[in-house]
Design a protein around this ligand. Structure first.
Ligand code: NDP
Length: 330
């Protein structure tokens, strides 16, 4: 950075679709906000990959700087809660969608959106967790709030080789649960066991909606990152009174289920949203994540790239080829 200018991955609409290029910007180019942050790290989530490919109409105005997560250091603050030099992180609040995000060495954001970086967490570690890991923790907490306790039985995690799923496996295992990890990539079995899965289940078991509205009861809880037919299938296998935390849609948005798991087994389908999660819950959740996930574990799930590697990794993520989390170093 010289004269305050900085690198950003800028998305623009061209005649042949979206074009992403690394460009030099100045602080004056940034949107309004009360805190200027020097961004050291960001991440790549499923939603970022969709935005980088122009999918889902998540971004309506270009040029745009994507990146739903960011971590770094406060440079200027118009809010008494933050001072220059403070380490901060940000996830959600539609940053990277309706407001410029973390794929730039500088971001100007609202103080209300910022979380002070927990003491034992580095900016890189925070982005290894990112929205995916934050959502996994919210999902674990939702299951706990609805009665899940260690010893209840096997807890299922779908999309386990992905970011959210992998961190969900690690969190549940560290909290003493027995975890069955669902993946379409059996070559990742060793990786998932190292994260704490007690066994790995092939995704093909859940590919279709269930043949009958209710199947044999198997799972004491579930964190689902994929939605669609796999969710319909596993709902029919949930144990009496258990809960599913529905987090994602990698397998589709339609849900072809029946009322019977809900009415005859009291199964609960808990929707999880990380984006508009209230600030108090955010602070407590980040502290809990920090205490549960050691840096070695975060290193083991992380691939590190620069701004110039984002488009390629977004393509690979949408093809289901990325394992764990991708951290972007600015
Ligand atoms: P990833 O791409 O890292 O993980 C998704 C995983 O899902 C893949 O690795 C793959 O795992 C599995 N998968 C992919 N395609 C399919 C398919 N067609 N059928 C079945 N399984 C599939 O994404 P993230 O972890 O970042 O996000 C996961 C999901 O959670 C996304 O849908 C995302 O939008 C959502 N999400 C929601 C949030 C919220 O606030 N509710 C916040 C963050 C994410 P494997 O190879 O092991 O089968």
């Amino acid at each position: 950075m010289t004269n305050g200018d900085f690198d950003a991955l800028v998305l623009e609409e061209g005649p042949e679709g979206l074009v992403a290029s690394v460009r030099r910007l100045r602080p004056a180019d940034l949107p309004a906000g009360d805190v200027l942050v020097r961004v050291s790290h960001s991440g790549l989530n499923y939603k970022d990959a969709m935005i980088l490919k122009g999918l889902g109409r998540l971004v309506r105005r270009y040029p745009h700087v994507a990146g739903v997560d960011l971590a770094g250091t406060v440079v200027e603050s118009g809010d008494t809660r933050f001072r220059p030099g403070d380490a901060v992180l940000l996830t959600g609040w539609r940053v990277g969608e309706t407001h410029w995000g973390g794929y730039a060495q500088m971001a100007r954001v609202r103080a209300d959106w910022l979380v002070p970086l927990p003491e034992d967490l580095t900016p890189r570690g925070a982005m290894a967790i990112g929205t995916a890991g934050f959502t996994a923790m919210l999902a674990v907490q939702a299951l706990e709030d609805h009665g899940l306790a260690p010893g209840n039985g096997e807890v299922l995690v779908t999309g386990a080789s992905g970011g959210l799923g992998g961190i969900a496996v690690a969190l549940l295992a560290r909290l003493g649960h027995t975890v069955a990890a669902v993946t379409g990539r059996p070559e990742n079995a060793g990786y998932l066991e190292a994260l704490g899965a007690s066994r790995v289940v092939d995704r093909s078991e859940f590919a279709e909606p269930p043949a009958k509205p209710l199947l044999s009861e198997r799972w004491a809880g579930c964190i689902d990152a994929v939605g669609g037919d796999p969710l319909a299938h596993l709902l029919a296998e949930m144990r009496y009174g258990s809960s599913v935390a529905a987090c994602g849609l990698a397998a589709g948005t339609a849900l072809r289920t029946t009322m019977l798991p809900f009415l005859l087994r009291g199964v609960k389908l808990l929707g999880i949203d990380s984006v508009m999660c209230p600030r108090d819950t955010r602070l407590a959740t980040w502290n809990r994540l920090t205490s549960l996930l050691p840096s070695e574990l975060l290193d083991a799930i992380t691939t590190e790239i620069g701004l110039d590697g984002l488009v390629d990794h977004a393509n690979r993520l949408l093809e289901g080829k990325v394992r764990g989390r991708v951290v972007v170093t600015l």
